[in-house]
Design a binder for this molecule. Structure first.
Ligand code: AMP
Length: 180
Protein backbone atom coordinates (compact mmCIF):
# COMPACT_ATOMS: atom_id res chain seq x y z
CA UNK A 1 0.00 0.00 0.00
CA UNK A 2 1.26 3.48 -0.87
CA UNK A 3 1.10 6.06 1.89
CA UNK A 4 0.59 9.65 0.81
CA UNK A 5 2.33 12.18 2.98
CA UNK A 6 0.47 15.45 3.41
CA UNK A 7 3.53 17.48 2.45
CA UNK A 8 4.30 15.66 -0.84
CA UNK A 9 3.76 17.88 -3.91
CA UNK A 10 0.47 16.96 -5.52
CA UNK A 11 2.17 16.12 -8.85
CA UNK A 12 4.33 13.51 -7.09
CA UNK A 13 1.30 12.05 -5.33
CA UNK A 14 -0.56 11.76 -8.66
CA UNK A 15 2.43 10.19 -10.43
CA UNK A 16 2.90 7.63 -7.66
CA UNK A 17 -0.75 6.53 -7.77
CA UNK A 18 -1.24 6.49 -11.57
CA UNK A 19 -1.09 3.07 -13.20
CA UNK A 20 0.27 2.94 -16.76
CA UNK A 21 -1.49 0.33 -18.85
CA UNK A 22 0.12 -0.40 -22.22
CA UNK A 23 -2.02 -1.06 -25.30
CA UNK A 24 -5.36 -0.18 -23.67
CA UNK A 25 -8.01 0.30 -24.98
CA UNK A 26 -6.21 -0.01 -28.34
CA UNK A 27 -2.71 -1.10 -29.42
CA UNK A 28 -0.25 1.78 -29.05
CA UNK A 29 -2.21 3.67 -26.37
CA UNK A 30 -0.55 4.15 -22.98
CA UNK A 31 -3.60 4.40 -20.71
CA UNK A 32 -3.30 6.42 -17.49
CA UNK A 33 -5.47 4.62 -14.95
CA UNK A 34 -6.26 7.00 -12.09
CA UNK A 35 -8.39 4.50 -10.15
CA UNK A 36 -5.76 4.01 -7.38
CA UNK A 37 -5.46 7.81 -7.03
CA UNK A 38 -9.20 8.33 -6.67
CA UNK A 39 -9.45 5.50 -4.12
CA UNK A 40 -6.74 6.97 -1.86
CA UNK A 41 -8.25 9.25 0.79
CA UNK A 42 -5.32 11.65 1.23
CA UNK A 43 -4.50 11.79 -2.47
CA UNK A 44 -8.09 12.40 -3.53
CA UNK A 45 -8.40 15.13 -0.96
CA UNK A 46 -5.20 16.82 -2.18
CA UNK A 47 -6.35 16.61 -5.82
CA UNK A 48 -9.76 18.07 -5.03
CA UNK A 49 -8.22 20.88 -2.94
CA UNK A 50 -5.92 21.82 -5.84
CA UNK A 51 -8.66 21.70 -8.49
CA UNK A 52 -11.10 23.59 -6.24
CA UNK A 53 -8.57 26.44 -6.14
CA UNK A 54 -8.74 26.57 -9.95
CA UNK A 55 -12.55 26.43 -10.04
CA UNK A 56 -13.09 28.88 -7.21
CA UNK A 57 -15.40 31.70 -8.31
CA UNK A 58 -17.06 29.76 -11.15
CA UNK A 59 -20.86 29.58 -11.16
CA UNK A 60 -20.80 25.93 -12.19
CA UNK A 61 -18.32 23.04 -12.39
CA UNK A 62 -18.86 20.84 -15.47
CA UNK A 63 -17.29 17.38 -15.68
CA UNK A 64 -17.06 15.06 -18.66
CA UNK A 65 -18.56 11.57 -18.27
CA UNK A 66 -17.49 9.56 -16.60
CA UNK A 67 -14.24 10.17 -14.72
CA UNK A 68 -14.43 13.93 -15.21
CA UNK A 69 -17.90 13.97 -13.65
CA UNK A 70 -16.62 12.09 -10.62
CA UNK A 71 -13.95 14.73 -10.04
CA UNK A 72 -16.28 17.63 -10.85
CA UNK A 73 -18.85 16.49 -8.29
CA UNK A 74 -16.22 16.37 -5.56
CA UNK A 75 -14.97 19.86 -6.49
CA UNK A 76 -18.52 21.27 -6.52
CA UNK A 77 -19.21 19.76 -3.11
CA UNK A 78 -15.99 21.32 -1.78
CA UNK A 79 -16.87 24.75 -3.23
CA UNK A 80 -20.60 24.64 -2.55
CA UNK A 81 -21.40 25.23 -6.21
CA UNK A 82 -23.52 23.43 -8.81
CA UNK A 83 -22.28 20.58 -10.98
CA UNK A 84 -23.09 19.52 -14.53
CA UNK A 85 -22.21 16.14 -15.99
CA UNK A 86 -21.57 16.37 -19.74
CA UNK A 87 -22.83 13.02 -21.00
CA UNK A 88 -21.95 10.62 -23.81
CA UNK A 89 -24.64 10.27 -26.49
CA UNK A 90 -27.87 8.45 -25.70
CA UNK A 91 -27.77 8.93 -21.92
CA UNK A 92 -29.85 12.11 -21.60
CA UNK A 93 -33.52 12.45 -22.52
CA UNK A 94 -34.30 14.84 -25.39
CA UNK A 95 -34.01 17.64 -26.24
CA UNK A 96 -30.20 17.80 -26.17
CA UNK A 97 -27.37 19.80 -27.69
CA UNK A 98 -24.72 17.49 -29.23
CA UNK A 99 -21.12 17.83 -30.37
CA UNK A 100 -19.15 15.14 -32.20
CA UNK A 101 -15.41 14.90 -31.59
CA UNK A 102 -12.26 12.87 -32.10
CA UNK A 103 -10.06 11.95 -29.14
CA UNK A 104 -6.85 9.98 -28.55
CA UNK A 105 -8.40 6.56 -29.17
CA UNK A 106 -11.66 7.11 -31.01
CA UNK A 107 -14.60 9.34 -31.82
CA UNK A 108 -17.68 10.05 -29.74
CA UNK A 109 -20.49 12.53 -29.07
CA UNK A 110 -21.08 14.67 -26.00
CA UNK A 111 -24.45 16.04 -24.96
CA UNK A 112 -26.06 18.45 -22.51
CA UNK A 113 -29.74 19.26 -21.96
CA UNK A 114 -30.93 21.78 -24.57
CA UNK A 115 -33.34 23.86 -22.58
CA UNK A 116 -33.66 22.77 -18.95
CA UNK A 117 -30.51 24.54 -17.72
CA UNK A 118 -30.09 28.29 -17.50
CA UNK A 119 -26.48 28.51 -18.66
CA UNK A 120 -26.65 31.90 -20.39
CA UNK A 121 -24.12 34.26 -18.80
CA UNK A 122 -22.87 31.70 -16.27
CA UNK A 123 -19.15 31.07 -15.82
CA UNK A 124 -18.16 27.44 -16.05
CA UNK A 125 -14.93 25.56 -15.32
CA UNK A 126 -14.56 22.33 -17.29
CA UNK A 127 -13.08 19.31 -15.52
CA UNK A 128 -11.70 16.03 -16.82
CA UNK A 129 -9.31 13.38 -15.56
CA UNK A 130 -6.87 13.39 -18.49
CA UNK A 131 -6.10 15.94 -21.24
CA UNK A 132 -4.68 14.11 -24.26
CA UNK A 133 -5.35 15.58 -27.75
CA UNK A 134 -7.88 18.09 -26.43
CA UNK A 135 -10.73 16.80 -28.61
CA UNK A 136 -12.96 16.01 -25.64
CA UNK A 137 -12.52 19.29 -23.79
CA UNK A 138 -12.79 21.19 -27.07
CA UNK A 139 -16.19 19.60 -27.80
CA UNK A 140 -17.41 20.15 -24.23
CA UNK A 141 -16.38 23.79 -24.44
CA UNK A 142 -18.25 24.28 -27.74
CA UNK A 143 -21.38 22.74 -26.22
CA UNK A 144 -21.33 25.03 -23.21
CA UNK A 145 -20.69 28.10 -25.36
CA UNK A 146 -23.61 27.14 -27.64
CA UNK A 147 -25.78 27.12 -24.50
CA UNK A 148 -24.61 30.66 -23.69
CA UNK A 149 -22.14 29.87 -20.90
CA UNK A 150 -18.70 31.42 -20.55
CA UNK A 151 -16.05 28.70 -20.19
CA UNK A 152 -13.30 30.29 -18.12
CA UNK A 153 -10.79 27.41 -17.78
CA UNK A 154 -10.16 23.70 -18.11
CA UNK A 155 -8.89 21.85 -15.05
CA UNK A 156 -7.46 18.34 -15.37
CA UNK A 157 -5.63 15.93 -13.10
CA UNK A 158 -3.19 14.68 -15.75
CA UNK A 159 -1.93 16.28 -18.98
CA UNK A 160 -0.18 14.22 -21.68
CA UNK A 161 1.91 17.07 -23.05
CA UNK A 162 3.21 15.33 -26.19
CA UNK A 163 -0.33 15.04 -27.55
CA UNK A 164 -0.77 18.81 -27.85
CA UNK A 165 -4.15 19.18 -26.14
CA UNK A 166 -3.29 22.51 -24.54
CA UNK A 167 -2.42 24.00 -27.94
CA UNK A 168 -5.51 22.46 -29.58
CA UNK A 169 -7.92 24.14 -27.16
CA UNK A 170 -6.11 27.49 -26.93
CA UNK A 171 -6.92 30.19 -25.89
CA UNK A 172 -8.85 28.33 -23.16
CA UNK A 173 -6.55 28.36 -20.10
CA UNK A 174 -5.57 24.85 -18.97
CA UNK A 175 -4.62 23.98 -15.39
CA UNK A 176 -3.13 20.51 -15.00
CA UNK A 177 -1.89 19.09 -11.73
CA UNK A 178 0.57 16.56 -13.20
CA UNK A 179 2.24 16.44 -16.61
CA UNK A 180 3.63 13.36 -18.35
P1 AMP B 1 -8.58 13.74 -25.65
O1 AMP B 1 -9.91 14.16 -26.17
O2 AMP B 1 -7.74 13.09 -26.70
O3 AMP B 1 -7.89 14.88 -24.94
O4 AMP B 1 -8.85 12.59 -24.59
C1 AMP B 1 -9.23 12.89 -23.29
C2 AMP B 1 -10.36 12.01 -22.82
O5 AMP B 1 -10.13 10.65 -23.15
C3 AMP B 1 -10.49 12.04 -21.31
O6 AMP B 1 -11.88 11.99 -21.01
C4 AMP B 1 -9.76 10.81 -20.82
O7 AMP B 1 -10.52 10.14 -19.83
C5 AMP B 1 -9.62 9.92 -22.04
N1 AMP B 1 -8.23 9.60 -22.38
C6 AMP B 1 -7.61 9.89 -23.55
N2 AMP B 1 -6.37 9.40 -23.57
C7 AMP B 1 -6.19 8.79 -22.38
C8 AMP B 1 -5.09 8.09 -21.79
N3 AMP B 1 -3.92 7.92 -22.44
N4 AMP B 1 -5.25 7.59 -20.53
C9 AMP B 1 -6.42 7.77 -19.87
N5 AMP B 1 -7.49 8.42 -20.38
C10 AMP B 1 -7.38 8.92 -21.63
Amino acid sequence: MITVRGSAPVADVIASLTRDVADFPLPGIQFKDLTPLFANRAAMSAVIDALADVASGADLVAGIESRGSLVAAAIAARLGTGVLSIRKSGKLPPPVLSEDYDMEYGSDTLEIPADSLELRGRSVVLVDDVLATGGTIGAASRLLRRAGATVTAAAVVVELTALGGREAIAPLPVHSLCQF
